[in-house]
Write a protein that binds this ligand. Structure first.
Ligand SMILES: [Ca+2]
Ligand SMILES: [Ca+2]
Length: 512
């Protein structure tokens, strides 16, 4: 009797009052569980492969004390194949999604947009230990009108997830695995993002960006490999600003003059983006770009007069460029590193192995900053003098840079298979980015300008679907933002706009 009481006590401590663990083992029961969920509930999906042909609407609010969780019974054993534009439509706060593999399963690439569409009041959404495959923008964040007010999700955390596409996306829609417009304090941490080619229209894609007058975003400890399983297109790495935002109504405070404020990128490894830059700052105010290792890209671009950045302790083979009136403070970077230097300093950069061979230029050669306290592998930078790049070689531990850090910690991070197949990235790595030729700059110059569908056009949000170009193509702005000097000739721009509008209109009609 006494032991039963103890058990009951333990059970009541483990589960908040009113909260329940809801086991599901079919697509139908998963849909029902999400529709009927209560704050504090934990929906636990039994191991297996599930096929869904509809979006899951997560519109019931949790709170800080009673978050709502959707997770696999065992990490790495649940796959959701979704034949719908969006997998999870999250519009209410405090949802956590964990240990799930979500795969786009649409007949054509344009139809599978997002694994997670995080919008409106979806503050404190967390996506953790997930594998998100074959979408145009696996994670999409943006505003929605709630009670008459444009509302953006804040405090979103995306971590320890692998996000990639098995093949180039055959679409003219924007392709960027983490595509965030507006919102504050988003953290994208320790993810493995790779293979995000957009193969139609302008062919420009990013691994991830925050834009749309967003603030206080952090990218840290991510492994970004633009070309890992396949190569081609113009694939950029991480960005504040992306290709810009249009029209103003999609940005926070209905103003896209600044794309991102006060963002930090630190301790990321960005590799094999030979056609363009590893880091791109477009109208990004007060950015801190610290301790990134950027291999086989054309470097770092900071563009337009509103952009101000401190770029410090990075190692890269391209250059750090202040373009179009931007202000860059460059401190203790190693730039223009040649292939032979990479190879003499590190074990095997082309295999993403940045184990140190010769640290004479790297160890203790950086500047100390309060924003950088640890490294790619969470080793504290505690020897008093910061090293350059994403890894601190202070002898406290070894850091395997060939995989995202958490994946080596014994969790069941599914999808790790790709990371262990080093053969897959050999082709891309053999082309050293340091001397890349004609395509240098092309992507970042033309970004966002090529098709009529605005950068943020997203069939899942009404505000952009109602773009005037459906009725009046002359107003369908294709430029990423006003005042960019790289606008195409007016006639060409107009023709492109008309063609894009017709295509888009057709897609809309087809989609119904
Ligand atoms: Ca040191
Ligand atoms: Ca240490």
């Amino acid at each position: 009797m006494q032991s039963i009481q103890v058990l009951l006590l333990v059970a009541s401590l483990a589960t908040p009052a009113g909260a329940a663990e809801i086991p599901v083992s079919s697509a139908v029961s998963l849909i029902k569980a999400i529709n009927d969920v209560a704050p504090g509930d934990e929906i636990v999906i039994a191991s297996g492969a599930y096929e869904l042909d509809q979006t899951l609407y997560c519109d019931i609010a949790g709170d800080a004390a009673l978050p709502i969780t959707v997770r696999a019974e065992e990490p790495g054993t649940v796959t959701l194949s979704v034949d719908a534009t969006v997998g999870f439509e999250v519009s209410a706060p405090y949802w956590t999604f964990q240990d799930l593999e979500v795969r786009g399963a649409c007949a054509d690439h344009t139809s599978c947009e997002h694994a997670f569409h995080i919008t409106g009041e979806a503050d404190h959404t967390t996506v953790r230990n997930c594998v998100l495959v074959d979408y145009n923008a696996q994670i999409k964040g943006n505003g929605d009108t709630v009670g008459g007010t444009m509302t953006f999700p804040d405090d979103v955390l995306i971590e320890n997830s692998e996000i990639y596409n098995t093949s180039p996306r055959e679409t003219g829609n924007p392709v960027t695995p983490i595509d965030v417009v507006g919102g504050q304090r988003w953290i994208v941490r320790a993810n493995f993002i790779h293979d995000h080619e957009k193969s139609r229209s302008d062919r420009i894609s990013y691994a991830a960006f925050f834009k749309g007058n967003s603030r206080d975003g952090i990218f840290e400890r991510n492994l970004v490999v633009c070309e890992f399983l396949h190569s081609g297109g113009i694939r950029l790495g991480l960005s504040f600003g992306g290709g810009g935002s249009y029209p103003d109504s999609i940005c926070e405070d209905s103003n896209c003059d600044v794309e991102h404020h006060d963002g930090i990128m630190r301790n990321n490894i960005i590799a094999n983006c030979p056609a363009d830059v590893g880091i791109y700052l477009n109208e990004a105010e007060n950015s801190l770009i610290y301790n990134n290792t950027i291999y086989n890209t054309t470097g770092i671009d900071v563009r337009f007069s509103v952009s101000t950045a401190v770029v410090a302790n990075n190692i890269l083979d391209g250059e750090i460029r202040d373009r179009d009136g931007s202000t860059v403070t460059s401190i203790a970077n190693l730039e223009g590193i040649s292939l032979s230097q990479w190879d003499s300093w590190f074990e095997s950069p082309e295999d993403l192995d940045f184990s140190l061979l010769d640290g004479s230029q790297i160890v203790d050669a950086g500047e100390n900053f309060s924003e950088v306290t640890d490294d790619f592998c969470t080793n504290d930078r505690d020897d008093g003098a910061t090293d350059i790049g994403a890894v601190e070689y202070d002898g406290d531990s070894t850091c395997d840079t060939t995989v995202p850090y958490e994946a080596t910690e014994g969790d069941d991070h599914t999808g790790d298979t790709a990371a262990t197949d080093t053969a897959a990235n050999d082709t891309a790595a053999t082309d050293s980015g340091s001397t890349d030729t004609a395509v240098t700059d092309s992507g970042s110059t033309d970004t966002g300008a090529a098709d009529c569908v605005p950068e943020d056009s997203d069939p899942t949000i009404n505000i952009v679907v109602t773009c005037e170009c459906i009725d009046d193509c002359s107003t369908c702005g294709c430029q990423s933002s006003a005042g960019q000097p790289s606008q195409p000739p007016r006639l060409l721009s107009l023709l492109t706009a008309v063609a894009g509008c017709l295509l888009w209109k057709r897609r809309r009609l087809v989609r119904g």
